[in-house]
Structures are given as structure tokens and as C-alpha cells.
Design a protein around this ligand. Structure first.
Ligand code: GLP
Length: 270
């Protein structure tokens, strides 16, 4: 696993945006050979999305031949609800780039048969040829997508009950009213994410420090689903200084040293 430590959120976001852009440019996608991205919601990826929008507007990258699969969606929230992940993606990313609407995939949390919807999603990912790069955030309890503590590290797309922790934390998007937060969500599984050819996790702020420490130094465990990344051949966590607060000094210094020539985002596109 690689750990890229950036000074602050702005630099973390630039690095992630340029990294994704460099992958797209290298793949040189075409209609017959699209590049497939797994995408997250949440506050962590906002800066990266902004960076990708700018690179798209400048003509440095195009999303014309990109297919996307989002990680998760709440169950029972109308698609046009301000806090649905459908709305989030439209408002913060898709409405501002040249992606084709038919290439966007987001789980339908209002499907009449939710397990069938999850099976359909898994089958579509497979039929598309798998995900080239899965980008994710991380919960304070170490969850990736909505794979809460206790999720099987081999799990696939399914309905998941949210923990009280997550409901409380996410209530900030629902007028701080926990009653308004859906109790369940559809989410890709840890196994679905691990099947991607590459995984990039973004973590910023002190409230992610325990999750980052567990993810990098902890034993692989369903209690911290981020730890599955240790088993992935191409996993990267990009974080800011605050998110390193719980790392051992030796771990911190090691990654600072081995990545010192890879921190400048400009070099990713040169
Ligand atoms: C939610 C999402 C996750 C996200 C996490 C952290 O639980 N399902 O995909 O990583 O929140 O969100 P934030 O980036 O806002 O801290």
C-alpha cells in the first residue's frame, strides 16, 4: 500500500485530481475501450471533483469515454432529494463535465426489489469489464462505501443497515436531525471495491486519524473495513497531515521519505 501525505486538504485534492487525470490520459479511452471509475460521495472528494472539473474545462481530460459506478445510495430517499447521492453527483460533478448520462451508474435506492437491484449492479460492473480505478472516502469508523464495521471483507453489493455512529455523523446533512437520516443504504461490497484494478482512498482531517492508523498499521479485520486495502496489490491512501495524527512516528517518517519525490501533483501530468 502507498500512503501519500500532503500538507493540507487543498494539496490532497489537487494530487488526487491530477492522479485520476493522469490515469485517464494514460488509458486514452475510446468508445470501444472506455476507462471505468468507481466514485464516492461525501465531503472528502469535493476538492478532487473541483480539480477534475477544472482539468476537463481546460481540455486536459475528457470524460466522453469514461464509465462511472458510484459506491452507494441511501434506501428510500427520492432521487431528487438534496441529500440523495444521485443529487450529490449531479450537483458536484456530473453537471459540470462532458460525461454521457448513459455512462453514469448509481444504485437505485428506490428499486422495488433491492437485492435484485444489487445483483444487476454487480452484473453490470462485470459486463463493463470491471472497474479500473475505485476512488473512495473513509468513515471515522474506517468504513469504505457503506461497509460498516462487521462487514465481510468479501462482501458484494447489498443492502446495509447503517450504524448509529454513521447516522449521527451523516445527520449534519439532514438539518442535524437523526430521524431524517435513512437507516439503510445500498452499497458495493468490500469485495466489489477490492476487485478494482486500483483503489485510491482520500482521508482528511483529525477525525479520520484513527481510521487511517488502523488502515495502515492495524491488523486486517472486518472491524475496520479499510484494512482490506492492505490485501490489494495497488492500493493508495492520500491524506493530509491532520489525518496522520494517530500514526506511529516511524510509519509517518517512512512514508514521508519514500514518497518525497512523488508529492508534487504537477509531475503527475508532465
Ligand atoms: C459516508 C459515505 C462514504 C464516505 C463517508 C465519509 O458514510 N457512504 O462513502 O466515505 O461518508 O464521508 P466524508 O467524506 O463526508 O467524511
Amino acid at each position: 500500500m502507498r500512503l501519500i501525505i500532503q500538507e493540507n486538504y487543498a494539496l490532497l485534492s489537487k494530487w488526487a485530481g491530477y492522479y485520476v487525470a493522469s490515469k485517464i490520459r494514460k488509458a486514452n479511452p475510446s468508445p470501444s475501450q472506455p476507462y471505468v471509475l468507481g466514485l464516492p460521495t461525501g465531503s472528502s472528494p469535493l476538492g478532487m471533483y473541483q480539480c477534475l472539473i477544472e482539468l476537463n474545462k481546460k481540455g486536459i481530460i475528457s470524460f466522453e469515454n469514461i464509465i462511472t459506478f458510484n459506491m452507494d445510495e441511501y434506501v428510500g430517499l427520492p432521487e431528487d432529494h438534496l441529500q440523495s447521492y444521485h443529487s450529490f453527483m449531479k450537483d458536484n460533478f456530473f453537471d459540470h463535465i462532458d460525461i454521457r448520462p448513459e455512462n453514469v451508474n448509481i444504485l437505485n435506492g428506490n428499486a422495488p426489489d433491492l437485492p435484485a437491484e444489487c445483483e444487476r449492479y454487480e452484473a453490470k460492473i462485470k459486463a463493463t469489464g470491471g472497474i479500473d480505478l475505485f476512488i473512495g472516502g473513509i468513515g471515522a469508523d474506517g468504513h469504505i462505501a457503506f461497509n460498516e464495521p462487521g462487514s465481510s471483507l468479501f462482501s458484494r453489493t447489498r443492502v446495509k443497515t447503517l450504524t448509529t455512529d454513521t447516522i449521527i455523523i451523516n445527520s449534519r446533512f439532514f438539518d442535524n436531525d437523526i430521524e431524517q437520516v435513512p437507516r439503510t443504504a445500498l452499497t458495493v461490497g468490500v469485495g466489489t471495491i477490492m476487485d478494482a484494478k486500483e483503489v485510491l482512498i482520500l482521508a482528511n482531517g483529525h477525525n479520520k486519524a484513527r481510521a487511517v492508523a488502523q488502515g495502515v498499521e492495524g491488523a486486517v479485520s472486518q472491524k475496520w473495513t479499510i484494512t482490506a486495502l492492505q490485501m490489494h496489490p495497488k492500493g493508495i491512501i492520500v491524506c493530509d497531515e491532520l489525518a496522520c495524527d494517530e500514526l506511529q512516528v516511524g510509519t509517518y517518517r517512512y512514508f514521508k521519505d519514500i514518497e518525497k519525490n512523488n508529492l508534487d501533483y504537477n509531475r503527475l501530468l508532465s
